[in-house]
Design a protein around this ligand. Sequence first.
Ligand SMILES: *Cc1c(COP(=O)(O)O)cnc(C)c1O
Length: 375
Amino acid sequence: MDEPSIPLCRPYFPSLDELTPHLKEILSSRYLTNGGPYVCRLEEQLSAHLGVKHLSIVANGTLGLLLALRAHGVTGEVITTPFSFVATSHSILWTGLTPVFVDIDPSTLNIDPDRVERAITTATTAILPVHCFGRPCDANALQRLATTHGLKLLFDAAHAFGVPYEGSSVLLRGDASVLSFHATKAFHTIEGGAVISTSHEDKERIDRMRNFGIEDEDSITCEGINAKLDEMNALVGLLHLRHIDKLMACRSMTGETYRKELEGIPGLHCLPRFTGDNHSYFPILLDKAYPLSSRELQNELNQRNICNRRYFHPLISNLPMYQHLPSAAPANLPGANSVADKIICLPIHAELSHPEVLRITELLRSLSSRGGTAV
Ligand SMILES: *Cc1c(COP(=O)(O)O)cnc(C)c1O
């Protein structure tokens, strides 16, 4: 059982040749952090690449979510999805707010706008949806609800780097969107993130809040935090951005190969295609016609050194710090509980080779016909 291991992701890292001239520049300038030239350049280039105007780079996506919630004056209850990485709900708890979970539409894995409306109370001040695995939420329906009920609409867009929606960036929707540039994401700065605002004033507030609330040498005008990205991380991002189109094309080819090779396996389903998929993840869903549960399949993959994740299991609403909330009751979230039980994310990254993808898909196919005893 010594098959070579296939990692879930293999983050980009610049070559020494690419890094060296920039490291020399940093070595001589000693400008290491506090909004240095690399962070500023990365903000400009990312804004252009993503087609957005008001982008603030931050130290990580979680701090971006905290800043967005604070900067937009959110209080009381925040409606959100249980089917996400735990940072979504944790950011709500960390700002002293109460998450209210609303079920997902199992066909998109995104929060169901019809159910959002039913969860609005007098204490609700914001909706925090997630573009799950990069697939855009029904932003029009959510915006209508937010406008009608006077709520802030803040998107956790951690998975949605470069994703378009109705002809422009999905990051332009709502009152703000938050990207994560963690090493496991499609574009990364090792650790990092960004808040995309809808106005210059909002961006300035985020910029100030990420730097302790400092306005200038004589004035500190709000209760900020330290969410600054440093120059070394920004450099990795700038070099990453040079290669991003090529890297994205590789991911996209892998996604297409998976779809082609997995077609027709009974009980194994890929999610429907969507325009602008950045292929950050490759989730598959298993139903009763597949002979293995997701846990059993995970074991088989692990035994063959094929890394995988049961994103997002366990469901956030079933975690100890959330399960007491009335909205966390499994009966309130049948779609999310069911999906969390039968989903598994396969390896996808720019260096995944065609033979590696075939090794994975052939295993999934052989397991499907042998009832879990593939050899
Ligand atoms: C990765 C991720 C985050 C957190 O981002 P960090 O940069 O790791 O703090 C938040 N939400 C979702 C949905 C994520 O996947």
